[in-house]
Design a protein around this ligand. Structure first.
Ligand code: NAD
Length: 417
């Protein structure tokens, strides 16, 4: 049995607390409880890499495969200087619960390489990616484990993974999702996570009688998820009053022009110096008065310390594991509506499922079909967690975990331990 000192990262503590709360609510038996806490397989590899300047550097990479009872394992690969075993473990478990909640036939996994991609050249990143695949290729595959993009990885990185895997196993586009469309990627995948965030925000605003027109939104992070969420919510009539990257954020209570902000960032590499908004810190950004706050960057940003100062009516968790259990309690007490990460950012894995299904059939769906199916899947899951939360008088988060844990436990019992 795993001991408490195996928990090496705050993210792991957080998801263990959320898991325990839901497991207690559904009277999960002890055997299953212990079984579900332990990942199926943990892979740690070292990757010696010749850098462009001739030096050799050793990188560490992880692929944690949490559970594969309901299908091949699924989850992103992140490149970041803070990647560690505990964080990847927590993110892998989150994928098991997310795929179960939105009812797609996958388990959960996550990967990461401890590196600073901002200081690496494109050729170094390509060699690093290919070397990582060479170390894990026996443990991934369309019926085993299917990676996808996450923080600091993108369709190009997925193309390298697909190419490297295909060299060893024959042409296999279904080994990875979030690929460029030219290589079998799905239309609609690149913006899918942001689109899911927009769809749920729109639905939750309606449920809480807040007019979407002119509703004020603050978004932390403007990468793949935050950037698309900002554009799509602005298209729906929301006022994006705050947005940030890792260095700082912009604030204008009258609303920002998202296209212009993105252009400024791509021209100067920073948000600083943008005219027509105040430049603020990420800490200040999270505490802005708004209708909707959307963390879309990294974990553990909403804590016991800053949650009493949050001035939002709604928290839509586009990032994975952004909120601590203590902050969750504080915000619920304050009456903040929380759309939990398991649901809020599931649009990405949902369209990844569509991409995998298209690849297995050598088929290409039209964007309209992808978006319609995404919307149905997200709304079905949202209705379900609202019903379960209402019936059991628990939060949407506890309902989401409870539904997912029950689904996975049932599948395990049917297959046999
Ligand atoms: P990304 O690399 O495209 O963007 C990350 C953004 O966060 C960047 O704008 C970066 O500047 C910002 N950021 C980084 N560190 C920060 C910090 N300390 N403070 C404020 N901002 C910071 O990554 P992404 O794919 O958009 O992922 C964002 C989050 O969404 C992650 O939690 C990820 O796990 C989750 N997620 C992503 C997907 C997907 O499809 N890409 C799907 C589901 C969940």
């Amino acid at each position: 049995m795993r001991h408490i000192d195996d928990v090496t990262d705050e993210s792991e503590r957080v998801i263990n607390r959320f898991f325990d709360k839901a497991a207690l609510k559904i009277n999960l038996d002890t055997e299953m409880w212990e079984y579900l806490k332990v990942p199926f397989r943990e892979i740690k590899v070292s990757i010696p890499l010749r850098m462009d300047d001739g030096r050799m550097e050793i990188f560490v990479g992880y692929r944690i495969q949490h559970n594969h009872t309901r299908g091949p394992m699924k989850g992103g690969i992140r490149y970041h200087p803070k990647v560690n075993l505990g964080e990847v473990r927590a993110l892998a478990a989150v994928m098991t619960w997310k795929t179960a909640l939105v009812d797609i036939p996958f388990g959960g996994a996550k990967g990461g390489i401890l590196c600073n991609p901002k200081e690496m050249s494109k050729t170094e990143l390509e060699r690093l990616t290919r070397a990582f695949v060479s170390r894990i290729d026996e443990n991934i595959g369309p019926n085993r484990d299917i990676p996808a993009p996450d923080v600091n990885t993108n369709p190009q990185v997925m193309a390298w993974i697909m190419d490297e895997y295909s060299k060893r196993h024959g042409y296999t586009p279904a080994v990875v999702t979030g690929k460029p469309v030219e290589l079998g990627g799905s239309v609609g995948r690149i913006e899918a996570t942001g689109r899911g965030v927009m769809l749920l925000t729109r639905a939750a605003l309606k449920d809480n009688s807040i007019d979407i027109n002119g509703c004020s939104v603050v978004i932390q992070g403007m990468g793949n998820v935050g950037g698309y969420a900002a554009r799509l919510l602005a298209d729906e009539g929301c006022k994006i009053i705050g947005i940030s990257d890792s260095r700082g954020g912009l604030y204008n209570p009258e609303g920002l022009n998202v296209g212009r902000v993105e252009m400024h960032k791509s021209e100067t590499g920073s948000l600083e110096g943008y005219r027509g908004a105040d430049y603020i810190t990420n800490e200040e950004l999270l505490e802005l008065q708004c209708d909707v706050l959307i963390p879309a960057a990294l974990e553990n940003v909403i804590t016991e310390k800053n949650s009493p100062n949050l001035k939002t009516k709604m928290l839509v968790e586009a990032a994975n594991i952004p909120t601590s259990p203590e902050a969750d309690d504080i915000l619920l007490d304050k009456g903040v509506v929380i759309i939990p990460d398991l649901l809020a950012n599931a649009g990405g894995v949902a369209v990844s499922y569509f991409e995998w299904a298209q690849n297995l059939q050598s088929a290409f769906w039209e964007e309209d079909r992808v978006n319609r199916k995404l919307q149905k899947l997200m709304f079905d899951a949202y209705e379900l967690i609202k019903t379960v939360a209402g019936q059991n008088k628990v939060s949407l988060r506890t309902a989401a975990y409870a539904i997912a844990i029950e689904k996975v436990s049932k599948a395990i019992r049917l297959r046999g331990f």
